[in-house]
Design a protein around this ligand. Structure first.
Ligand code: ADP
Length: 274
């Protein structure tokens, strides 16, 4: 009958709606699960540096009671070293959390200036030398762009380079890390390559997402926010970041930036940092 046609369409429409609702529901559930899991990882990660820190402070108080006038210098130095390292770890975690909250509420600002990116890369590598050595690794600068100057946010660019080098050291299994900075027709390209654990292809598409962590076991630590922040900052400056990786062989992260980010930053209306 003619009435069947609209009825059929109506049913199909309802079915489609309920399928759409089911999909939205599943997505919401997944977002909630990810957030809850993140909260538990975050609390654990924030607590981890506090344990050695408070143990060292208690031990220092005991030493002070035992030798009120002269604690051996070597003891003080070792306590300072542990304390400084743990406080640094804590402030990095809190910094990442703050950045993510700034990103989600649209409060990240970009301040452009002339940046000698070659000098900046060498600065970050020099700073990471001791950490790489502790991991049994070396940092090698394979190509350079001496004197190349672009218009970027220096601190944010430094944060991007630092995140990639930090990950390469962390997941690089102690093998040499290769860094390459090149001038491109449009700007600059930075590659950070490690020969470490690599990344499961299944996780690659989600690697730059918020709260994503490819390594489920807790051995490596970390909040899984660094790459999300990295991608956001690079894109705010009009660039992009990509990864190639093979499990057990290593990973290469590539950042491409336009020589001058002004057009991107101005159009996003973000250049508001006082
Ligand atoms: P995290 O603080 O956990 O290192 P990131 O956002 O920097 O957070 O990285 C997200 C995840 O991507 C990491 O947990 C790790 O599993 C994976 N990852 C990042 N860089 C590398 C790399 N160079 N080699 C292997 N895995 C990596």
């Amino acid at each position: 009958t003619p009435a069947d046609v609209p009825l059929g369409a109506e049913l199909a429409h309802r079915a489609a709606l309920s399928m759409e609702n089911a999909r939205l529901y599943r997505e919401a559930q997944e977002a909630i699960r990810l957030r809850d899991e993140f909260m538990s990882i975050a609390s654990h990660e924030l607590k981890t540096p506090l344990t050695p820190l408070s143990l060292k402070l208690q031990a220092l108080a005991r030493e002070l009671a035992r030798h009120p006038d002269a604690i051996p210098r070597r003891v003080v130095e070792s306590y300072l070293e542990v304390g400084t390292r743990q406080v640094k770890k804590l402030s990095e975690l809190v910094g990442d959390l703050l950045d993510v909250s700034r990103i989600t509420t649209g409060r990240v600002t970009v301040t452009l200036e002339d940046v000698d990116v070659d000098a900046l890369v060498r600065e970050v590598l020099a700073r990471y030398e001791p950490q790489a050595a502790r991991a049994g690794s070396t940092l090698q600068l394979d190509c350079r762009a001496s004197g190349f100057v672009g218009r970027w946010d220096r601190l944010r660019l430094e944060q991007v380079i630092t995140n990639l080098v930090d990950n390469a050291v962390k997941y690089g299994s102690g093998n040499p890390i290769h860094v390459c900075l090149e001038e491109t027709p449009g700007g600059a390209r930075l590659k950070v390559r490690d020969e470490g654990i690599g990344i499961d292809p299944e996780y690659l598409p989600r690697l730059f997402g918020r709260f994503e962590r490819a390594v489920s076991e807790r051995h490596y630590g970390g909040l899984g926010l660094g790459l999300y922040i990295t991608r956001t900052l690079v894109e705010m400056m009009g660039g992009h970041v990509r990864v190639e990786s093979e499990p057990g062989k290593g990973s290469t992260f590539t950042v491409e930036l336009p020589r001058d980010s002004s057009a991107f930053v101005a159009s996003a209306g973000e250049d508001a940092r006082p």
